[in-house]
Design a protein around this ligand. Structure first.
Ligand SMILES: [Fe+2]
Ligand SMILES: [Fe+2]
Length: 421
């Protein structure tokens, strides 16, 4: 039986080791110009050796958008309030426990023309918002000037964060439709006998949805392998990327195998709807930004969500799938961080700036619809599923506890040239 906390600690230590090679005495103060950042108060400042304060169920967190050049953007969710001491903090207080809309205060720097009007402030605030699990949906009052910043009363809406390495192109997220067919059915059959109809149906749809995202992840890795070749990347990254694509084929089979068991008939992906030729351009800053989003965020969050789902699951076939997922997604997350470490070393300031911007501006795709009316949530968890609010909470915690320190280590990184004479 895995210990989720111990596993998360090891994952953080591994990512810090990968991201922070060459840096010493890593601490939160290295994340930007400020001595401390929102979210630093739950002892996540860590050393590159991996000793960590991970384990506090902190209610605050952020994904650092600030790099070695200082400045940057951060986001705070706190129980009661948000602070805005630097003029670049966007804060939303009092996250609703049911995942619904919540009120808060958002502060952004003034533009050359002063503060945007309330009606014109939604986009600038969301563009400044580094947390991928929240989005401001309306501004109800403001602006008022506080510490030189433009502040607004806002309504913010939490969103479930997506799982895994999503395949993005210019048009957005790409994944196939589901159809009947046996070509992607692998793994053991879940025990679907006796499940209430609504629960069985919800499980079928949830595992099918994951299977389609896993199927799309194959394309993400395939594109990445071509990009690595075009960039002249080292062999270990190319090899492990191809291995990652094979893992994702297996994940798609396993998830769709479970879905088939719950549906009672076999399902598989239809054609992946790629709308246009995909250009392979050796643009290191752009590729690094993609990997930050798809790999470092997507796969790290996916690992921890699978870990927590495994802890609650009891069905043997489901547990086997989640065990494999945790193992494989851990390697995929590490591969993304390894690539970014190489890219930051090889790509100079332009790549560092692109990575910083990617973490700061990350947005999740629209949440998948979730119909859980009449579903037995205990059985839902026993068969490996998390409701959206749980998944989002895990994602937020992972972003604060693991991704953010990884970003800090990466952007504090000094080049470690082991092959130098
Ligand atoms: Fe996967
Ligand atoms: Fe993956």
């Amino acid at each position: 039986m895995r210990d989720p906390l111990a596993y998360r600690r090891r994952l953080l230590a591994r990512i810090l080791h990968i991201a922070g090679a060459g840096s010493v005495a890593l601490g939160a103060a290295r994340c930007g110009a400020r001595a401390s950042l929102p979210g630093d108060d739950h002892s996540l400042g860590t050393s590159a050796s991996g000793s960590s304060g991970l384990g506090g169920a902190g209610s605050s967190g952020n994904v650092g958008g600030s790099g070695g050049n200082g400045g940057g953007i951060s986001f705070t969710i706190s129980a009661t309030s948000a602070s805005s001491t630097t003029g670049v903090t966007v804060g939303v207080g009092g996250a609703a426990p049911d995942g619904g809309p919540t009120e808060g205060i958002a502060c952004i720097p003034p533009t050359a023309n002063g503060c945007p009007s309330a009606a014109g402030a939604v986009d600038p605030i969301n563009n400044a918002l580094a947390n991928p699990c929240f989005m401001v949906v309306s501004v109800v009052a403001g602006p008022t000037i506080e510490n030189g910043a433009c502040c607004y009363d806002v309504i913010a809406q939490p969103f479930p964060c997506y799982v895994g390495r999503t395949f993005f192109i210019d048009e957005g997220v790409v994944k196939a439709e589901l159809r009947r067919g046996p070509s992607f059915c692998a793994g053991g059959a879940p025990d679907a006998a006796g499940l209430p109809e609504a629960t069985r149906r919800a499980l079928a749809e949830a595992w099918a949805r994951d299977g389609l995202f896993e199927h799309a992840s194959v394309a993400s890795f395939s594109r990445f392998s071509m990009q690595l070749l075009a960039l002249g990347a080292p062999a270990d990254l190319i090899r492990d990327t191809h291995a990652g694509a094979m893992d994702e084929v297996r994940h798609a089979e396993l998830c769709l195998g479970l879905a088939s068991g719950y549906f009672g008939y076999p399902v598989e992906p239809a054609a992946l709807p790629i709308p246009a030729p995909i250009a392979i351009v050796p643009d290191l800053p752009a590729i690094a930004a993609e990997v930050a989003m798809e790999g470092c965020i997507g796969e790290t969050v996916a690992t921890v969500q699978a870990l927590d789902a495994l802890a609650a699951a009891t069905d043997p076939a489901v547990r086997a799938v989640l065990e494999a997922t945790v193992e494989d997604e851990t390697r995929h997350a590490e591969l993304a961080w390894r690539f970014l470490a190489w890219a930051v070393d090889a790509g100079g300031d332009a790549t560092r700036a692109a990575v910083t911007e990617a973490f700061a501006s990350f947005r999740p795709p629209a949440p998948s619809p979730e119909q859980l009316e009449g579903v037995d949530l205990a059985l839902y968890a026993a068969h490996g599923r998390q409701v959206a609010v749980e998944a989002r909470a895990i994602a937020e915690r992972t972003l604060a506890e693991i991704v953010r320190p990884g970003v800090c280590a990466l952007l504090s990184r000094r080049r470690l040239d082991r092959c130098a004479a």
